[in-house]
Design a protein around this ligand. Structure first.
Ligand code: HEC
Ligand code: HEC
Length: 264
């Protein structure tokens, strides 16, 4: 009797395995369905007429006041013929465009369009004339050579953006922003489009593989922000020397004053 009860209360040993298998199949299936959805979106065909038409509508409603109905430019915004999909993805994807206020430099604001809308706008602008395209995923994955990237960054970028990518001031109210939050795609696009005061780094200057290495280095910096202690702006020995000069010497003077005051 007792035994009988226990038997019915107990599941078949394979039941757990079967349940697990069913669960795994379900989650796996759901994941596959979802990720298929997202890759389909990421691969929005920038050359399809439908995408371009959608982009044109968005452009005429949001950008044409400054850039002209066909992106030909006006007194308040430059021509976008030939700036390419990369420039639009960068400018709109970082919240610089649509511009709200004229100033020394386009301000970074919350992004105002969905990823799909940004791609549609990019497709429309790309259809106006050939220009740099949005980089493929394998060049912005951060899987390159960080040491080579660090060297290239030091030579080509650090004079404006600081060795640790902390950013820095330029003349006339302009500045090179910190690169501590920027995504791989946007770093790549900044290099090929050269926003405002930043030079363009064509593939002749810095090859796509080297750009990948620079991104790898910056991602490394982003993931390993400061090993501890005060960075003092990562400016190097001058800032560190100044710090010890002011605070170290100050402390010694304070202690001396305190000791002499006590002995009196
Ligand atoms: C209020 C005016 C204004 C509006 C609205 C505006 N822009 Fe701009 N845009 C500018 C100005 C001025 C510049 C050049 C200076 C700069 O980059 O800050 C510019 C630059 C750009 C560039 C960089 C061009 C290059 O040489 O690489 C792109 C791309 C761009 N805009 C796209 C857009 C898109 C897309 C929209 C709509 C979503 C938009 N802009 C809305 C004024 C505007
Ligand atoms: C002459 C100075 C200068 C040099 C050299 C330079 N940049 Fe820039 N960079 C700028 C300025 C100025 C901006 C801001 C432009 C704007 O806001 O429109 C900028 C913007 C950027 C951005 C966008 C950041 C964000 O989050 O919005 C990235 C990424 C970037 N630079 C990467 C690089 C890399 C990588 C190099 C070297 C290959 C480099 N820059 C070299 C001046 C420079």
């Amino acid at each position: 009797m007792n035994r009988q009860k226990r038997r019915t209360g107990r599941r078949h040993p394979l039941a757990t395995v079967a349940l697990l298998a069913i669960g795994l199949i379900f989650t796996g299936g759901a994941y596959a369905a979802l990720s298929a959805g997202t890759t389909a979106q990421a691969e929005t065909d920038l050359t399809s007429q439908q995408t371009i038409d959608e982009g044109k509508k968005l452009f005429q409603a949001n950008c044409a006041t400054c850039h002209g109905l066909s992106g030909e430019g006006t007194g308040t915004g430059p021509s976008l013929v030939g700036v390419g999909a990369a420039s639009v993805d960068f400018q709109v994807g970082t919240g610089r465009m649509p511009m709200q206020m004229q100033g020394p430099q386009a301000q970074v604001k919350p992004v105002q369009f969905t990823d799909e809308q940004i791609l549609q706008l990019a497709a429309f602008v790309a259809s106006l004339g050939p220009g740099p395209s949005i980089p493929p995923a394998h060049l912005v994955d951060g899987g390159g050579d960080a040491a080579n990237g660090a060297e290239l960054f030091r030579i080509n970028c650090a004079m404006c953006h600081n060795v640790a990518g902390a950013g820095g001031a330029l003349t006339e109210g302009k500045f090179a922003p910190a690169l501590t939050e920027t995504s791989g795609v946007h770093i790549y696009e900044a290099m090929v489009t050269g926003p405002q005061n930043m030079p363009v780094f064509s593939d002749m200057n810095i090859s796509p593989e080297d750009k990948r290495d620079i991104i790898t280095y910056l991602k490394y910096v982003q993931d390993n922000r400061s090993p501890g202690g005060f960075e003092l702006g990562s400016l190097g020995p001058v800032a560190e020397g100044l710090f010890i000069w002011i605070f170290g010497l100050g402390a010694i003077v304070a202690i001396t004053v305190w000791i002499t005051a006590k002995s009196n």
